[in-house]
Design a protein around this ligand. Structure first.
Ligand code: THG
Length: 265
């Protein structure tokens, strides 16, 4: 299970303010907190600073590296911002978030995957646009996996994001994703699937319970990575419980250890 800590994102008010005030200590503190809570990658996204994304990315990465040895997941559609972040990364195998099947995105980002020998999140979007059904997702995932492995990228380095759309915008937006995950994981043993969880609950009340339950449902279909807030105890509890219930935690060791450490309630 790969847990990509999502908190260093300038769409979050406190991160935006830290960037504006050049408060590196706050960024370092959030990086450490995510590591202590069990994150295995740290996502870095400063897409809201469109004019200064490159410099902001460099500054964020420099600060994160002072706080943790975790590998980083550089999150941007902009190849210049990706490269700026990737150049500074020292530890482990970096991750690029993300490539799509759209021509321009594919052509600009694939060279970076090769240059930095990174893991890659591939979003289920192509020249025809956003997927609606499980069939759309499967068709795009098929094409992305075939093209990436054809370029020499290992299945184990590929993380397919099936693209989560709000359940408020379509009552089948959950089950279309669940079916797609199952089919992708069955068709390509060794590939990974990941997603951000908060899109599912967009515009509804009690978002956290929806995000948490959708995590559990997607895990039962084989999803094996999440872009999430690892410091959220209810989310951590659901993740650990789900892992042990799905046979992914021998003798419930992780579940018990994390309980003793107070990681969930
Ligand atoms: N897939 C991939 N990458 C992604 C996403 C995805 N990167 C960005 C995003 N989605 C995941 N990251 C975040 C980071 C922070 C928050 C949500 C997603 C966040 N949201 C606040 C909340 O949930 O309470 C609300 C923020 C606001 O609207 O003010 O903190 O899907 N590949």
């Amino acid at each position: 299970m790969l847990i990509i800590g999502e908190l260093i994102n300038t769409s979050r008010k406190l991160i935006r303010e830290a960037v504006e005030k050049k408060d590196g200590n706050y960024i370092q503190e959030i990086a450490k907190k995510q590591e202590e809570a069990g994150a295995t990658y740290i996502d870095v996204n400063c897409g809201t600073f469109m004019q200064t994304e490159v410099e902001t990315m460099e500054w964020l990465v420099e600060n994160i590296l002072q706080a943790t040895d975790l590998p980083l997941c550089i999150d941007s559609p902009n190849p210049l911002a990706l490269e700026a972040g990737l150049k500074k990364v020292k530890n482990g195998k970096p991750m690029i978030n993300s490539i799509t099947g759209e021509d321009e995105r594919w052509n600009t980002i694939l060279p970076l995957v090769k240059k930095f020998n990174s893991k890659i999140i591939a979003l289920c979007i192509d020249n025809t646009g956003m997927p609606k059904t499980q069939e759309d997702r499967l068709r795009i995932a098929d094409s992305l996996i075939t093209k990436l492995t054809g370029e020499g990228i290992a299945l184990d380095d590929i993380y397919i994001d099936p693209l989560i759309k709000p359940i408020s915008a379509g009552q089948n937006n959950g089950i279309e994703v669940l079916s797609a995950i199952q089919k992708i994981m069955e068709s390509y043993p060794g590939v990974h699937t990941t997603c951000g969880l908060s899109n599912i609950s967009y515009s509804l009340p009690a978002r956290k319970v929806l995000n948490r339950l959708f995590m559990v449902q997607t895990m039962a279909r084989g999803m094996d990575s999440y872009i999430m807030d690892p410091t959220n105890k209810e989310m951590r509890g659901a993740l650990l419980a789900s892992q042990t219930l799905l046979g992914q935690d021998r003798f419930s060791r992780k579940f018990i250890k994390a309980f003793r450490e107070g990681l969930y309630e």
